[in-house]
Ligand binder design. Sequence first.
Ligand SMILES: O=C(O)CCC(=O)C(=O)O
Length: 262
Amino acid sequence: MISAEDVDAFQSDGVVILRGVLGDDEVATLAAGVEKNLGALSPLGMNATADGAPGAFIEDFRNWDRIGEYESIIRSSALAPIAGELLGADSVRLFHDHLLVKEPGTLDRSPWHQDQPYYSIDGAQTVSFWIPLDPVARESTLEFVAGSHTGKWYMPRSFVKKTAMVFEEGALEEVPDVDADRDAFSILGWAMQPGDAVAFNMLTLHAAAGSPTRRRAFSLRLLGDDVTWAPRPHRTSPPFDDVSLDPGAPLDHPQFPILWRR
Ligand SMILES: O=C(O)CCC(=O)C(=O)O
């Protein structure tokens, strides 16, 4: 389902657009899962909108083992084999699922950030699929700084209050102010239709604007062979308080099933 050019783009830019990776039935299945999820958020779910701001930015994590629609897409769609090809991996493991819904008129930006510094994993074979279930205009889509996945780790901060997370304050360099000088960066982003996905490395810098229209997105976070468990000084996002693994160990745990083998 993907070409050698897709793999090259993913490896060199840290992101690639994949058109039509999910069929209409699969999009409908995910949408049904999202409705269930929104109707009953998990204890990790929240409205991440700034106080008093219009709209709502609803996030939730780690729902695959209670929402059958999510599990069926995770286990039976083309996403895990595609991850194997993009990563050049011998096996692909589930890390977690992440729901990101912007209700109409949400002005909150998702600020520039990398994902891996929020997580308890080390390793280079990482891929997130961001899968919108509504049409997304170029102005509201997820944007990426091409090539940033091979550079530094930047400080993870809470999106609204900007509080230091996971690492001690000052432990990592701050995310550069990409919007202050957009021409200095190679910024990639695509208008998308339901069924399309962007696949990106968990160190690729990315951000999204608010959305005038409803924008439901399901993100699937998958891992290749070289990823190991890395406990951090403070609570990660999402937290895995229920997982106890040794530092540097592979993620052999029922929360992280192997989805595909070469
Ligand atoms: O959906 C958004 O607005 C942000 C998504 C994001 O940061 C992610 O999927 O890692």
